[in-house]
Design a protein around this ligand. Sequence first.
Ligand code: HEM
Length: 379
Amino acid sequence: MEGGARMIVTIFTVCLIFLPPTSATLGPKGLRMGFYENSCPRAEEIVAEVVSDAYRKDPGIAAGFLRLFFHDCFVNGCDASILLDSIPSGEKVEKDSPANGKFLRGLEVIDTAKARLESECPGIVSCADTLSFATRDGSVLAGVPQYNMPGGRRDGLVSRAIDVISNVPLVNAPIQQITQLFVKKGLTQEEMVVLTGAHSIGVAHCSNFAYRVNKYNDTFQIDPKLDDADSAKIKSACQRQVSNEEIEKTTLPFDTHTPFKMDGGFYTNLLNGTGLIESDQAMALDPRTRPIVERLAEDEGKWLNQFGRAMSRLAAVDVKTGSEGEIRKQCRSVNLENKGNIGIAQNLGKTNNTAGLGDRSDFPSNSIDSLHDFMRTMP
Ligand code: HEM
């Protein structure tokens, strides 16, 4: 290298090391790539190791993380509030909401990663960042090209079941309502369709689609969007069991052909009318979202790249940084010293709650049946 060029490279390197991060490296509210570079240099490596071990045993875990993360970010921001088992007030937590319920996967893997992080660098890496890194690593293992996941989130002190239903999309909500939810979180309608491509992997339980073949509405016994083959498939999966308990556990994959691989098959399925849950199918029928579905179905590589970018944006929704929240010692409960602050934090949580579907405080938060009864009353 010429002397001048060497000098420029040296100056550039020195600037990178010593100047404060610029807007290119700083994300929203100060999230930053390599956040733990100095404080816990192996943080991301540790999470990646734990995730890849878990993925080897069960590749379904990648889907589990994606859903956990999405439902965490949409309810009071990406602050790991979904991981809390209980709060001192005894109120029901996000996990207790039927929209999360027994269907969340990946919690134990986050516990393992966090335990290893605490033994390597105690009190440094938040549960919110642990979940963000794990979600990125899981989706990369499932086929998404590597994407940026800055760190710096802090953990929330509040988790309430009552906040869930007004902030996460329901399977039979109209596309307009689902779009509003995403827009309220600072995401676009296109990002909504791109992110919902996460349904390229994973499963749904009968309780989220069996209603499509059983007294769908006052006019139709079966959802007219379903063809005969699909309605027969749903009937045979969800109606042959005898006990409610069995039905509750029964699942179908979103994508029958490649249930563990993030691929464009999801959008092609929607265009062929074989979407498992109603809201997915509606995206291929609504004139505002159909062109997006068509574009994404045409170019899998483009969708996957867009997916990574949209995930980085999802990961910044309403994050807590700086001195907000705390760094939990373990992800299932708030730290002892903050337990006394919960009352105040809960009130703050209430005013920050950007409900997209109106006030749902009347929502009964303890059973799947009541979720579906409730959904039927929605506009
Ligand atoms: C757009 C509106 C959306 C609706 C109405 C919706 C609804 C659902 C429902 C009902 C299930 C099945 C849950 C179960 O029965 O176990 C599910 C699963 C899943 N969702 Fe969504 N979702 C939406 C968007 C998203 C987004 C944006 C992501 C991620 C970025 C996502 C990721 C997932 C994944 C990966 C699964 C499978 C989970 C597993 O296999 O454990 N969803 N979703």
